[in-house]
Design a protein around this ligand. Structure first.
Ligand code: 6PG
Length: 251
């Protein structure tokens, strides 16, 4: 079901079914991109919701063979903490997926969160994106995102500079984030909306009010940054569980 250009909504009965569907789509998109471009460039998300997807992908899925040698992994955002920190999105991905699949270390591009400032990390990561995509407009094959109960996505938070007045940078440093830890690095809409596919994973009743506003409410990107994700030449899909969809009357 498509609601103006806010993307396709797919409601799954449980978080487990959501993770299964997300894994199925990841594998399908990977196979298609590798056939088309010889590689699959994906940006992972932080938070707890992607864990189950990662765990599905870490186990060989029946009847499919993911060519991990041709997959390149980035992050849509990262917390400005050391890579071995419990709060690190890189560490979460390593422990739930990357340590279990035959992906070359050279294909993994974590945000550099050690030995510099958040600003230098943001510009270094922007340079990495430009270098790896050979363009000032990186086009991911897939970007995975979540939302917070406040309508944030990646590390684009309500009332913060980037969602309110998008600039032309690819990656920004974020300070005083309302969700701990307060200092983060985030890809901007320039990257998110340049993707071929964007997949939101949303589970749990605590997201129902925000999801309703994001998908049904008036456009208010500064207040609901997830509304700013509208791939210009790409497909936007919301995979949500029944609990998160509870306020979407038609669900
Ligand atoms: C982060 C994320 C953030 C996350 C949402 C949802 O690093 O925290 O990038 O945007 O996706 O806050 O988090 P949960 O999946 O834990 O609900």
């Amino acid at each position: 079901m498509t609601i103006d250009n806010r993307g396709e909504l797919v409601v799954l009965p449980t978080p487990a079914a959501l993770a299964d569907e997300a894994a199925r789509r990841f594998v399908e998109l990977a196979e298609a991109a590798i056939q088309r471009n010889g590689r699959f460039a994906v940006a992972l998300s932080g938070g707890s919701t992607p864990r189950a997807l990662h765990q599905r992908l870490a186990q060989p899925l029946p009847g499919t063979a993911v060519d991990w040698g041709k997959i390149v992994v980035f992050w849509g955002d990262e917390r400005f903490v050391p890579p071995d920190s419990e709060e690190s999105c890189f560490r979460m991905a390593r422990e739930t997926l990357l340590d279990y699949v035959p992906i070359p270390a050279a294909n993994i591009f974590p945000v550099p969160t050690v030995g510099g400032t958040p600003e230098s990390a943001a510009s270094a990561y922007a340079e990495t994106l430009v270098a790896q995509f050979g363009s000032q407009a990186p086009r991911f094959d897939l970007i995975l995102l979540g939302i917070g109960p406040d309508g944030h996505t990646a590390s684009l938070f309500p009332g913060h500079p980037e969602p309110s007045a998008p600039g032309d940078r690819l990656v920004v440093a974020v300070h005083n984030a309302p969700k701990p830890p307060p200092t983060r690095i985030s890809c901007t809409y320039r990257v998110l909306n340049g993707a071929e596919h964007v997949l939101f994973l949303v589970a749990g009743s605590d997201k129902a009010a925000a999801l309703h506003e994001i998908l049904r409410g008036p456009l208010a990107i500064g207040r609901l940054p997830a509304q700013g994700v509208r791939p210009e030449r790409g497909k936007l899909v919301w995979l949500v569980d029944q609990a998160a969809a509870a306020q979407l009357s038609e669900a």
